[in-house]
Design a protein around this ligand. Structure first.
Ligand code: FCB
Length: 469
């Protein structure tokens, strides 16, 4: 990896913070969703989560102990602007102020995401992402956070995985707000893209020139089940809805014509207004890529065929106008999410963006694996599968870097075991174990190993200032 490569770990506000009613925070769509019976495994909620809101100082101390160069976290919009009308809640801002100062004091670079799926509920009550106005509200909020923290935070991400917000939130309904309407999912998609573009402008107006603005996409490595033309056409369509529907407007200022055609039975796209694509394609400084597993697709599905695309079980597909497409699993071992392990998919998406935007620096903003960890009699958590997963994917990143991709950093998902959305606390992604009864933290073996990888990198590049234990 390049000498200045950023070694990080990531979390997101609703998944770790808890303290959902503290300091003037109002409910988000994930509070509502998790408190709705039947929505989240085991009835779990983020009410307390890992209690990071209170324990952030000791969590930052763990980051320092690991030698992390950067910490990717998200800001809870409902802490900053808790009610309609735009009033800024100073106690909410103060939390992120303290967090950022603590990170900087411990030598960990803050990487801030403005939106990791926790829309304020009052905005959902007005239509959420299907309501165009939500994009303007997001830009105002981005400006507020930019003004408050832009003097200290250099790495800014507008949206995390807008595919999930739009298509799991409004299509399959397995994520908040739990809507199952393909037309709504495409409307939400466009308004999320517009929100990103408007937020880029709002941030640009507030940030000093060192500020770097990005968006984190979960681009899909889509593969055909066979060389059959029906399968390769399924790849074209899923690639359109997972990848080109983001990359084309962001990088080229237009939606792909074949996607507009494929979805014509669902919507006429009249929600796209003049000027929107110019806003969406405002230049960004880097792109974040989140990757877990590839997608294998086939054409010719019959009604009633099993459908498991790895994004949770629902009677409704997150893929608009794709009822005839089957989602299959790649062969080989899987993680506890049931996701096949295939690092070549990460290589493929990095190289694809390298080819489409050769000058644009990239960051792997999420990558990691869930396993049912057990605590040994000696208290140790041996998680060799997670370590192997991360090592193999770092290998894919290194290969892409050797092949000319400008990858500036890698963030493990996740620093901490946390609230894994519809799976609640049943899936553990952390390199640090959280005991959800006591909120105690224990470094898993993968965390010790990751620390040694970081230390070896620093040693090789002669900036091995000793950090922590
Ligand atoms: C990603 C999300 C992140 C986490 C991982 C496992 O899609 O961005 O919050 O849930 O998956």
């Amino acid at each position: 990896m390049p000498a200045d490569f950023l070694w990080g770990a990531a979390t997101a506000a609703y998944q770790v913070e808890g303290a959902v009613a503290d300091d003037g925070r109002s409910p988000s769509i994930w509070d509502t969703f998790s408190h709705t019976p039947g929505r989240v495994h085991g009835g779990d909620t983020g009410d307390v989560a890992t209690d990071h809101y209170r324990l952030f100082r000791s969590d930052v101390a763990l980051m320092r102990q690991l030698g992390l160069g950067a910490y990717r976290f998200s800001v809870a919009w409902a802490r900053i602007v808790p009610a309609p009308g735009g009033r800024v809640e100073p106690r909410g801002v103060a939390f992120y102020d303290r967090l950022v100062d603590e990170l900087l004091a411990q030598g960990v670079e803050p990487a801030l995401t403005l939106y990791h799926w926790d829309l304020p509920q009052y905005l959902q009550d007005a239509g959420g992402w299907t309501h165009r106005d939500t994009a303007s509200r997001f830009a105002e909020y981005a400006g507020v956070v930019g003004r408050a923290l832009g003097d200290r935070v250099r790495i800014w991400t507008t949206l995390n995985e807008p595919w999930c917000s739009a298509f799991l939130g409004y299509g399959s309904g397995v994520h908040a707000p739990g809507v199952t309407d393909p037309a709504a999912s495409l409307t939400a998609h466009h308004h999320l893209m517009l929100a990103h573009g408007e937020a880029v402008a709002a941030l640009r107006a507030e940030l000093p020139s060192e500020g770097r603005i990005s968006i984190a996409l979960n681009l899909a490595a889509v593969r055909a089940a066979s060389a059959d033309p029906a399968d390769t056409d399924a790849v074209r369509r899923v690639d359109g809805l997972a990848n080109r529907i983001f990359l084309d407007p962001l990088l080229r200022g237009g939606y792909p014509p074949d996607v507009l055609g494929d979805t014509a039975s669902v919507t006429d796209w009249s929600f796209v207004r003049d000027g929107d694509l110019a806003a969406i394609s405002r230049p960004i400084d880097e792109m974040g890529l989140n990757y877990y597993t590839p997608s294998v697709v086939a054409g010719g599905a019959e009604p009633g065929d099993p459908r498991d695309d790895g994004h949770g079980v629902s009677d409704h597909s997150p893929w608009p106008a794709c009822d005839d497409i089957r989602f299959l699993h790649a062969p080989g071992p899987r993680t506890a999410m049931g996701w096949p392990i295939d690092p070549t998919g990460l290589y493929d998406i990095i190289v694809r963006v390298r080819d489409e935007a050769p000058e644009l620096p990239l960051m792997v903003t999420e990558n990691g694996a869930a396993y049912p960890d057990t605590v040994g009699a000696d208290g140790r958590i041996a998680d060799p599968e997670r370590q192997a997963y991360i090592a193999a994917h770092l290998g894919a990143v290194a290969r892409a870097v050797a092949d000319g991709a400008r990858v500036r950093g890698y963030f493990v998902w996740s620093l901490l075991d946390n609230f894994e959305w519809a799976y609640g606390y049943a899936k553990r992604f952390g390199i640090v174990r959280v005991d959800f009864a006591t909120r105690d933290r224990t470094l898993k073996d993968s965390a010790h190993w990751y620390a040694s990888v970081i230390a070896a990198h620093r040693g090789r590049h002669g900036n091995g200032e000793s950090q922590g234990a």
